[in-house]
Design a protein around this ligand. Structure first.
Ligand SMILES: CCCCCCCCCC/C=C\CC(=O)SCCNC(=O)CCNC(=O)[C@H](O)C(C)(C)COP(=O)(O)OP(=O)(O)OC[C@H]1O[C@@H](n2cnc3c(N)ncnc32)[C@H](O)[C@@H]1OP(=O)(O)O
Length: 282
């Protein structure tokens, strides 16, 4: 093999370094680009990245790991080329074991706070459908780039789910109130054109690597800022949004659990899950 070829291969190998998140699971994968220092955090729970307890814990650990290792930014994406995330794993909410449900909801609240308040610049390369909490993951980031042909939004009311305050807030942090309110009440899923029109997403990409490049460019726009000043300013800007969850996480947990355990919610969920399963068998 030519020396120049070996050199090129070494360079390719050096460009992205996988870092573990200490728990050995592959539910999320983290790779840091050695050149830019930007970490790509990939959701990797087949078939559709539905967020169960294990994925939420893993995701939270990966976010923290990215902050600890001094990465310059975080790009959230998916290993599935059709689904960014299908939101909460509905099996976690259906006839739940109460201890697991408590752990699940705590993990959801904690993960959202970690991503929403992350010290590093965050961007989502949305390379597939981003439904409900899938959309919440994207809106917790500072910037969103999406591929055409997919849907994004929170359609909970269509299926009889009330959304908890932090999910409301994640919409309100990117959309004008009247648009957020209308979309939530309609249970609207946005097409890419609609999402771009209301600024639910910032840019359209023509493929996953283009989306990652655009996200990296956004993160690069902070190159001349002082990281601690940036992080603190972000925290202050978002302080009001997280007040409820930071001040009273157990109260928020209690309210959600009470609602999830109602016969009304459980019956609606049963019908929805059956529909979802029969659709996937068509
Ligand atoms: C004060 C009051 C507080 C109240 C708080 C409590 C309320 C909680 C409710 C909060 C509201 C919203 C949060 C959520 O995130 S709920 C989740 C909503 N998500 C969905 O409805 C997504 C449904 N899925 C889809 O639309 C499609 O799957 C897809 C994402 C468009 C992908 O389509 P596809 O054709 O590629 O894949 P498909 O064949 O449909 O699915 C493959 C298998 O995966 C299963 N599955 C899909 N999504 C979920 C899910 N979210 N949870 C669990 N399982 C899911 C699907 O059933 C298939 O399974 P199988 O192959 O049949 O076994």
């Amino acid at each position: 093999m030519l020396r120049s070829q070996t050199k090129l291969m070494d360079l390719g190998r050096r460009l992205c370094r996988s870092i573990g998140n200490n728990n050995g699971s592959n539910l999320t994968m983290v790779e840091v680009d050695d050149k830019t220092g930007i970490a790509t955090l990939t959701l990797n729970k087949p078939p559709v990245n539905s967020c169960n307890l294990e994925l939420l814990l893993d995701l939270n650990e990966s976010i923290k790991q990215i902050e600890r290792n001094g990465s310059r930014g975080l790009i959230l994406t998916s290993s599935n080329d059709k689904v960014f995330s299908s939101g909460l794993d509905l099996n976690e909410l259906h006839q739940p074991n109460q201890d697991r449900l408590i752990a699940f909801w705590r993990a959801l609240q904690d993960m959202w706070l970690s991503l929403f308040l992350s010290r590093v610049p965050t961007a989502a390369a949305i390379n597939g459908h981003a439904i409900a909490v899938g959309c919440v993951l994207a809106t917790a980031c500072e910037y969103r780039v999406m591929l055409p042909g997919f849907s994004i939004g929170i359609h909970a009311t269509k299926f009889g789910y009330v959304v908890p305050p932090f999910i409301l807030i994640s919409y309100l942090s990117v959309l004008p109130r009247y648009i957020a309110e209308r979309a939530l009440l309609q249970g609207k899923l946005f097409s890419i054109d609609e999402a771009l029109h209301v600024n639910l997403i910032d840019e359209v990409a023509d493929g996953k690597s283009d989306a990652i490049i655009k996200c990296a460019k956004f993160i690069g726009s902070f190159a001349k800022t002082q990281p601690d000043a940036r992080a603190l300013t972000k925290r202050q800007t978002r302080a009001q949004d997280v007040q409820l969850l930071i001040k009273d996480p157990e109260g928020q947990l209690r309210e959600s659990l009470e609602y999830i355990n109602t016969p009304f919610f459980q019956q609606g969920l049963e019908v929805y899950l059956a529909k979802l399963k029969s659709k996937s068998k068509e």
